[in-house]
Design a protein around this ligand. Structure first.
Ligand SMILES: [Zn+2]
Length: 167
């Protein structure tokens, strides 16, 4: 059966629900529709409605998010989309300390990026600027909410939206 994506009030991914549940939420005024599918159904109340594809909560649910994701090499790679932050390679990925450990660099989200083996070897114990290597983006500590979104894009929402014919 058709499912509907529910986004939090801040547009982060929250959940997917059945279309029946989605319409109930809509009738209760808990959500607004961002995108509809082309599928039209008749509800129990004899209402003809288009099934929503994506809806957004009117209020933000805050309680489910802790502020920061715990630091780990795996989480650095998830944040970086399993992509070398210097050359964009998707192969032989390692973790590079932007400021090398030998020069006082810490193992934190702000100082660690995903790098392929080649880039990591080339950079060695230098600063990126010393070897003319440039990061695609500034490394930041991600929040749970961002991670949930990344996970959703990777593992379901995109496919779901494709299945619904939205993309
Ligand atoms: Zn690389």
């Amino acid at each position: 059966m058709q499912n509907c994506v529910i986004l939090n009030g801040d547009y982060s991914y929250l959940n997917t629900v059945s279309w029946q549940k989605a319409i109930k939420l809509l009738v209760k005024g808990k959500v607004t529709v961002i995108k509809y599918t082309e599928i039209v159904v008749k509800t129990a109340e004899n209402m003809i409605v288009k099934i929503p594809a994506v809806m957004k909560l009117i209020k933000i649910i805050r309680t489910i998010y802790r502020t920061k994701v715990p630091f780990s090499k795996k989480n650095v790679m998830i944040r970086d989309g399993f992509t070398c932050q210097y050359c964009g390679s998707l192969k032989e990925l390692t973790i590079d300390h932007v400021v090398p450990v030998s020069r006082g660099g810490k193992s934190t989200f702000e100082n660690c990026v995903t790098a392929c083996k080649q880039c990591n070897n080339k950079k060695s114990n230098k600063l990126p600027s010393e070897v003319q290597m440039y990061l695609k983006k500034k490394p930041i500590a991600p929040t749970i909410s961002e991670f949930t979104r990344i996970k959703a894009v990777k593992a379901g929402v995109y496919d779901l939206l494709k299945d619904l014919g939205v993309y």
